[in-house]
Design a protein around this ligand. Structure first.
Ligand code: NAP
Length: 263
């Protein structure tokens, strides 16, 4: 057994949606623990600053284009990643989106956008890497879920459906791929201010309400996911699969409004 089970030196991790936000928090943590990265965005140019940051840490970073709503894009990305490094050890299915509207106003297109991106997209990215991981007898798939994987919030129905689905998908893939040495877990962050939800944080009343509902009394900060992502990507979690790990300051002990509108 290696001395430091959390060491990712020599491992290669794919992080989808690494042009900003949580994808960068997660990628940075993995690189600091020793991993080389594949980073994705719909726009290659948006990955340049992060690629440079990872290289400054002494790690390698391969930027690749990926649109989760486009099957051909998913099928093209995985072979490029595998060919470049010769192997992929870790997949972090992070890219995703949200639509905040009352359920009665959700359109067919809103539903498709969120479910296609968050749930269908994550499944097919995992599927694209699975034959390679199966052949290697090793893999760590980490699906990014949310508190909404385990709780339902008003105003984000499709998102909650997609994140609940991610939790169930995680368990199904864990059951199917465990025999091949692949673990599949769900990392479920609580509330982190990013582009996806920044508009909510413009309302001080809502921010106070949010903080009040979080037992640790603050939203998540960029480094708050570091321990969990490195743990799930490393040999330290070798006997853990199919699980959902909430990193949420404890908010999953209670409930919150997910929009600024009062009920
Ligand atoms: N922020 C939170 O509090 C929070 C909490 C729990 C879970 N999450 C989840 O964590 C993930 C990252 O969230 P975030 O807050 O960092 O959001 P963000 O700042 O909006 O970033 C979303 C990322 O996903 C990528 N993306 C969006 N649609 C895509 C598509 N169709 N194809 C490929 N990539 C796509 C974006 O890449 P490009 O636009 O560059 O293509 C971007 O890099 C999401 O899945 C989100 O649901 C967030």
């Amino acid at each position: 057994m290696q001395d430091n089970q959390f060491d990712l030196t020599g491992k290669v991790a794919v992080v989808t949606g690494a042009s900003r936000g949580l994808g960068q928090y997660l990628g940075r943590a993995l690189a600091r623990a020793g991993a080389d990265l594949v980073i994705t965005s719909r726009k290659l140019g948006d990955l340049t600053p992060f690629k440079e940051e990872i290289e400054a840490l002494g790690r390698r970073a391969l930027p690749l284009e990926l649109d989760l709503r486009d099957e051909a894009s998913i099928r093209a990305m995985a072979p490029k990643a595998i060919k470049h490094y010769g192997k992929i050890d870790v997949l972090v299915n992070n890219a995703g989106c949200n639509v905040r509207k009352p359920a009665v106003d959700i359109t067919w297109e809103d539903w498709n956008l969120v479910l296609d991106t968050n749930l269908r997209g994550s499944f097919f990215v995992a599927q694209a890497f699975a034959p390679h991981m199966i052949a290697n007898g090793y893999g760590r798939v980490i699906n990014i879920g949310s508190v909404t994987s385990v709780f339902g919030y008003a105003g984000i129905g499709p998102y909650c459906a997609s994140r609940g689905g991610i939790k169930q998908l995680t368990m199904s893939l864990a059951d199917e791929w465990g025999v091949h040495g692949i673990t599949v877990n769900c990392l479920a962050p609580g509330w982190f201010k990013t582009k996806q939800n920044a508009v909510l944080y413009e309302n001080p009343e809502w921010v106070e309400y949010l903080k009040d509902r979080i037992p640790l009394k603050r939203p998540g900060q960029p480094n708050d996911l570091n321990g969990a992502i490195v743990f799930l990507a490393s040999d330290a979690s070798a006997y853990i699969t199919g699980q959902t790990l909430l990193v949420d300051g404890g908010i999953s002990t209670g409930a919150i409004r997910a929009t600024t509108a009062k009920k």
